[in-house]
Ligand binder design. Structure first.
Ligand code: SF4
Ligand code: SF4
Length: 74
């Protein structure tokens, strides 16, 4: 259901925060975190997850397998 940010790799650049259509990303203690309850994996908005697309650090925004994949509701 959600992406997560690997905190140890996040530089705190903030590029992802304004790109999230669900306002799921916020800063905490110098790094950015994703609220899994708000993240829709960008489904319904974009073909690709925007946090992944804009993050300059590879493999920092990743699927969090702790949550089931997002299913859009009609
Ligand atoms: S995948 Fe999309 S909805 Fe989820 S945190 Fe990233 S930008 Fe926001
Ligand atoms: S774009 Fe990447 S490095 Fe920048 S704040 Fe977001 S997760 Fe961290």
């Amino acid at each position: 259901m959600a992406y997560k940010i690997i905190a140890s790799q996040c530089t705190g650049c903030s590029a992802c925060e304004p790109e999230c259509p669900n306002v799921a990303i916020r800063e905490k203690n110098g790094v950015f975190i994703i609220d899994p309850k708000k993240c829709s994996e960008c489904i319904g908005y974009f073909d690709d997850p925007q946090c992944v697309a804009v993050c300059p650090v590879d493999v920092t925004c990743v699927i969090d397998n702790a949550y089931p994949r997002y299913v859009a509701t009609a």
